[in-house]
Design a protein. Sequence first.
Length: 93
Amino acid sequence: MYSLPGSRVLKDQVHIRNAEAAQLARALARQTGKTMSEVVLEALRQYSPGRRMRARAPVRRWRRLLREDRERGMAEPEIPIEALYDETMGLPE
């Protein structure tokens, strides 16, 4: 709530226009005994848009490095499983 000197208290309101989001907020409020405002506030405090990006960054980096290795011919060619066995003995070489 915000108030300006000499004025009445102004209360912000948020309207959830997405039916699924509103339903989830209501369900969580019922399950936790909190108000919908408290549920939404807690979710917003926990949300970090960079968290997903940080989690994906190492995967993107590894994929890029592997792609660069393949392009430079540094990656070893795949060896067929048959090449690992001695035909006369039937054992790995």
